[in-house]
Design a protein around this ligand. Structure first.
Ligand SMILES: Cc1ncc(COP(=O)(O)O)c(C=O)c1O
Length: 381
């Protein structure tokens, strides 16, 4: 577990804490001095050199390599995209819904996941949603839905609206036994613990960098299992997806041999500067320490809510960066928190409080004080 000294030192690198108690990393990670100066480096070079494309392309590859290293993959297995949606669309466009048509996903997916696959109905996809019960979706419910017609199972690692953590290994096993692919959406967890996509055995892993990876919006990543890359040819494509983007051959479609074939146009250049800086900052603390620290905070908030008899939507076993409390009026509670300089967010009937390496037990006490003073806005247990 991180010592308070380490947390205080790291917190001092995020200027927002001078003014606010920031508990909204599930929406946007806080800006660190390291990421700020990395972004400024892009601007500095742009001012000085105008169009230093070679250096910019080097930095785009550095971001790919840093992310690949973090997830336990090779750089050739990672596409740098502009949003998680862009990565998912690329994969969807490359799949054929001829023999296998079913896409099986839980109700806890982020809306973009449902919307992208529903859009594939025109190309023959059949979407089946797995129902949730009591803020949980059991692996058995997935197993029941996955059959020999299932092409792919999109799976959120952690649900954006209640913090439920999916049982990845059981679902991956069930999908692979039936010959189906698995696309893991790690967005609500990525950056809060160590990650090994090979050990998870997923076929695709998609995430963006703006939440717990502490970067700005506009950059995301897609990992593709290497054995699949050459068999998939996205129709959502562009010049940066070609084997040699700088061949400038309008009459030739020649997708890259690597996961770069899942990219499209010019990379998000300012943003690529942020990624190695953020991963270095997180890596220096250590992902196991970060996960333990976050776990301690999440358990403390759940315990505090229990003492106040406020209902928690996040299942006890799902301890992670996001704790969601059930409210009669979640928006009003977010406003009450804001009045005391606390930044949190709401989705449907849930108050979302999210933790990262920079949060402390004192932050939780501040939230609990506001909850206590406004108990009437919360659902009681
Ligand atoms: C779990 C999850 N997946 C996907 C997305 C959407 O990502 P993007 O806007 O990069 O497409 C979000 C955004 O909040 C999310 O929380």
């Amino acid at each position: 577990m991180s010592t308070e000294f380490e947390v205080a030192a790291v917190r001092s690198r995020f200027p927002i804490f001078q003014k606010k108690i920031y508990l909204n990393s599930c929406s946007q990670g806080a800006l660190s001095d390291a990421v700020e100066s990395a972004l400024q480096e892009h601007i500095r070079l742009w001012h000085r050199q105008g169009s230093p494309w070679d250096g910019w392309v080097d930095q785009y590859e550095a971001a790919r390599t840093a992310f690949a290293c973090f997830i336990g993959a090779a750089p050739e297995e990672v596409a740098v995209v502009t949003s998680a949606s862009a990565g998912i669309n690329s994969v969807a466009s490359a799949l054929d819904f001829g023999k296998r048509r079913k896409v099986v996903m839980g109700e806890f997916e982020f809306p973009t996941m449902g919307q992208i696959w529903l859009a594939q109905q025109r190309r023959g996809a059949e979407i089946q949603f797995v129902a949730a019960e009591n803020n949980t979706i059991s692996p058995a419910a997935y197993c029941h839905a996955i059959d020999d017609h299932t092409l792919i199972v999109p799976l959120t690692q952690l649900c954006f609206s209640n913090g439920f953590r999916s049982d990845i290994s059981s679902i991956v096993k069930a999908a692979h036994e039936r010959g189906a692919l698995v696309m893991l959406d790690g967005y609500q967890d990525c950056g809060t613990r160590a990650l090994d996509v090979k050990a998870l055995d997923v076929d695709f892993y998609v995430t963006g960098a703006l939440k717990y990876l502490l970067c700005p919006s506009g950059i995301a990543f897609l990992y593709v299992r290497p054995e699949l890359i050459s068999s998939l040819s996205p129709t959502v494509t562009g010049w940066f997806a070609q084997e040699n983007p700088f061949a400038f051959d309008v009459k030739r479609f020649d997708p890259a041999r690597t996961a770069r074939r899942f990219e499209t146009g010019s990379p998000p250049l300012p943003h690529v500067y942020a990624v190695p800086a953020a991963l270095q900052l997180l890596g220096r603390i250590g992902f196991d320490k970060i996960a333990a620290h976050i776990g301690g905070l999440a358990r403390a908030l759940m315990e505090g809510a229990r003492e106040l008899k406020i209902r928690t939507k996040t299942p006890q076993a799902s301890v992670g960066p996001l704790v969601v409390l059930q409210m009669k009026d979640a928006e009003a509670m977010v406003k009450k928190l804001a009045e005391r300089n606390i930044v949190a967010s709401n989705r449907m009937d849930g108050l979302r409080v999210s933790f990262h390496l920079y949060n402390t037990m004192a932050d939780i006490s501040s939230v609990l004080n506001v909850l206590q003073d406004n108990r009437g806005l919360a659902v009681s247990d």
